[in-house]
Design a protein around this ligand. Structure first.
Ligand SMILES: Nc1ncnc2c1ncn2[C@@H]1O[C@H](COP(=O)(O)OP(=O)(O)OP(=O)(O)O)[C@@H](O)[C@H]1O
Ligand SMILES: [Mg+2]
Length: 388
């Protein structure tokens, strides 16, 4: 069906004959606007030869804003340069002569093809926005709790936000995600080295260890010297591919700005920067912030987490915040249950979801998901957590 704006409603049969399909003819621009609004799939309208150029221009400009994919075809008795250039400026896609029926049919076909391309392009852009988000967990001082937070955050996202999650152990020399979860490292990122030049999505999937529903893990090499074969190009390929298959890619890191870690920072959507309440860790956090600033990492991506926030160190949270010049979004208390659960190979958020440590990390996971997918969350009503 095609909508046609003319100055006489008697013309419907003629257009129907020319176009070889049902047409709806209207003499009112407002009726035309309503017709198009009520028919979201309509992608072409025709403006008859006797409709004033000024009206045609207003109509075209209207649809250019409200439905950019829709093509406007203008019929004129005479095709002169002024008409053509005015039409072009207002966004009219084609101008055809009133005595050339074949041209009208061809213009309509061409316009529909362009509309299909525009719709496809906007679909691709839309879906690229919903690609997986990279969440990096980092501290420049070792032992602050990066692995603990990465492992628990990944499990919390998978279990409490119903998201598909990949956990990557990018502490490439001394990664201990496999140990923390008691996974036998049969497959690791080292297996990607030999496939480096032709690593496709299927190849990458084959490297992932399935941990539970919605959670796959890419383990660090078992041989620390493999690190020299893991290029930043390989990291780019991995991240780009994983973004197609997962909602969140949680990256555990080594306590150093290696090339690989810098590459992840570059692409990260959120950076969880960890510290504990001791001066070396706090000093390093300040250095991390200034380094990331120098690297032009957007400040809004940074999220500050204080681990073991309740230990008596002589420093209060407020004092540390003042020293660093940032506010902590998350305060994770200290508890022996953290290492006890790691020793059993079961993350605390799974073993004891009501534990104070788990509640903080589950809250962080839910906040993260609400931040990145607020609409999806409301629709899904996914907050399955009963505790707190
Ligand atoms: N909130 C906590 N309460 C008690 N213990 C904790 C807490 N967070 C982490 N730990 C313990 O601290 C130790 C170091 O934690 P973790 O391995 O997560 O740190 P990391 O930053 O990954 O260290 P590395 O830099 O060596 O990779 C572990 O034994 C862990 O169980
Ligand atoms: Mg670690």
């Amino acid at each position: 069906m095609t909508f046609i704006l003319t100055d006489s409603s008697d013309e419907s049969q003629r257009y129907q004959f020319t176009l070889g399909e049902a047409v709806v003819v209207t003499t009112s621009t407002y009726e035309l606007y309503d017709l198009v609004k009520d028919n979201p799939d309509e992608q072409v309208i025709i403006i008859g030869p006797n409709v004033k150029m000024e009206t045609a221009r207003v109509v075209a400009e209207h649809f250019r804003v409200v439905r950019p994919s829709l093509g406007v075809i203008l019929i004129r008795a005479r095709l002169d340069v002024t008409t053509m250039s005015e039409a072009l400026r207002s966004g009219i896609r084609e101008v055809v002569s009133s005595d050339d029926a074949a041209s009208l049919v061809a213009a309509s076909k061409r316009s529909l093809a362009i509309s299909a391309q525009l719709l496809e392009a906007s679909r691709v852009v839309g879906s690229s926005n919903s690609r997986g988000k990279i969440l990096i967990v980092f501290s420049a001082k070792g032992g602050c709790g990066k692995t603990t937070l990465s492992v628990n955050l990944a499990h919390a996202l998978a279990n409490y936000t119903n998201s598909k999650v990949a956990l990557l152990d990018f502490d490439l020399q001394f990664g201990d995600v496999a140990v923390a979860l008691q996974i036998e490292p049969k497959k690791t990122i080292s297996d990607a080295i030999s496939m480096q030049n032709n690593l496709d999505e299927l190849g990458i999937k084959s490297l992932m260890v399935n941990q539970q529903k919605n959670l796959d893990i890419l383990l660090a090499p078992t041989n620390p010297t493999d690190i020299e074969f893991i290029s930043t190009d390989l990291i780019d390929t991995l991240l780009d591919s994983l973004k197609n298959s997962y909602d969140y890619i949680v990256v555990d890191t080594s306590p150093a700005f290696t090339d690989v870690i810098l590459r992840v920072f570059d692409q990260a959507d959120k950076c969880y920067l960890l510290t504990t309440l001791d001066m070396p860790a706090i000093k390093n956090l300040k250095l991390v912030v200034s380094t990331l600033e120098a690297l032009n990492i957007n400040k809004t991506k940074l999220d500050f987490v204080l681990n073991r926030s309740d230990i008596k160190s002589g420093l209060t949270t407020r004092e540390v915040e003042a020293m660093v010049g940032e506010t902590f979004s998350t305060l994770i208390p200290s508890s022996n249950d953290v290492s006890a659960s790691t020793n059993r190979g079961v993350p605390l958020v799974i073993e004891k979801p009501r534990h104070a440590v788990s509640r903080e990390i589950i809250d962080l996971a839910i906040r993260t998901d609400t931040f990145f997918r607020p609409i999806v969350d409301k629709k899904r009503g996914i907050f399955r957590r009963k505790s707190k």
